[in-house]
Write a protein that binds this ligand. Sequence first.
Ligand code: GLA
Length: 595
Amino acid sequence: MSRFAIGPTDFELDGRPHRILSGALHYFRVHPDLWADRIRKARLMGLNTIETYVAWNAHEPRRGQWRADGDLDLGRFLDLVAAEGLHAIVRPGPYICAEWDNGGLPAWLFRDPEVGIRRSEPRYLEAVADYLEHVSEIVVPRQIDVGGPVVLVQIENEYGAYGADKDYLETLVQVTRESGITVPLITIDQPTPQMLADGGLPGLHKTGSFGSHTAQRLTTLREAQPTGPLMCMEFWCGWFDDWGSHHHETDAAASAAELDALLAAGGSVNIYMFHGGTNFGLTNGANDKGRYAPITTSYDYDAPLDEAGHPTEKFFAFREVIAKYAPVPDELPASAPDAPELTAPLVPGPALIAVADRLGEASDHDALPSFDDLAHDRGIAIFTTTLPSRASEADGTDAPRSATLVVGDEVRDRAWVLIDGAPVGLLARDAHERAIALPDARGELALIVEDQGRVNYGPRIGEHKGLIGGVALDGDRLRGWRARPLDLDRVPGLAREWAVAEAGPVAGPRFWTTAFDLDEPADLFLDTGDWGKGLVWVNGVLLGRYWRRGPQRTLIVPGPVTRRERNELVVLELEALAEASARFIAGPMLGHTDV
Ligand code: GLA
């Protein structure tokens, strides 16, 4: 049993000054069989604490359906931190940003347009209180004063960059305290005087988020808070990638020099990220500050431990800096081995629309519904309607009838347009497209719409997905829709039926499958460079999205997902493959950098 407190100048552990040397590691971005390995490696770099966010929408995908087992077993994660002799910091949000879908807020929360986001609005607060209760059930018995690892809990996340509703922050504190959290509470803000003022509360310790200009940031933080320890709660040692941009890298020596400056000033630190991991499945967030920019599947973050859990140059540079201020174990983690290399031919499976009825139930609507109207929170939905026969019939000719298809407001986020099953084009939000010319607008129109990840930062959090504002053809609103949200979890099971190659043309959104053996289970790097855009599963696990747009080219397959015999791979290619094969290569390729 220990006591952890915020003293006049320092954090205090059992009354003695204590420096927090923490690393961010999100349990929800790492395979659970690998948590212990990553935590141990944090200790080997000299860290004494692990920090994690809690992703509300992962734990409660449907209202009232809370899950905290298996890959979401936060309790087990914290127990592993304790077993390694480390402390823990928990940041439950409820909003976490984190380049995570909707910044962690469940999409179901926003179906009611009256619900207020990140402010004192009763319906929002009621749901938040239930959520924080669940988190506290896990965290309360693992606090340091009852022998557990948890030393700090954060309230909200960079709230000063979003709002200034003090009643909201106070309610969060009240709910947190009433649920049994006794450790000190903190807030984090980008270190500007305004954000620190708006995002903080008297009685809560303020911390900052920054990765450069350390001396200046600490001065601003000190001005906002004359006493107590200085802490950078997010020491950005790298950065995230979005599709269409470059792979972000920061210089290891420069980043280590910033860390040195922070520690020399007596500061405590949480390295964001120590190990970034992966946005498995459909969990990535997005930014939209004028151009929609969805986050890549990899969350490597150019962190000290790379996406596959191996030490980088930054690991050793940081370890050396930390060793100037604290004891660091002699043991070093092993460097990355080459991953198995192999190629397996892809066998064409059925077209997506040919098997759609097995992937989800349809409903009929007069006006085109959004994903949210369908209570469909993530992934893909297909909308079909019969195009009205128009003038051509009247003039009696059989000539093609060109027309313009227009989405009323915004495409969220990408729509493939098919007529009678044949692909005719697409509409992309990131290109601000909402109109497409159809050479012949007759027959059955299908719009395959992908939600590429909900915005996780700024005013667009919580916005609805789908074809917003309806769809019109040459100015006439299209009606009589059949909507089919897809349950992508059904894909791997269904794919077992597709052993025999499908005959016929293979253009347009379609499944492909293959199987391969390994000498032993191992991390794999799937090179998607010859593919278009889509999703891929290995042994039933949805690895995430791939996209030839880059920068990310390889998808990681964590070793625990693989097996020796008959690994099953399923691809949903939404555009076109250049090569119909699955190629695994020796290491990651996260794309070009800007240097
Ligand atoms: C902010 C947020 C984090 C993360 C980083 C960027 O600091 O608090 O959740 O989004 O930006 O990676």
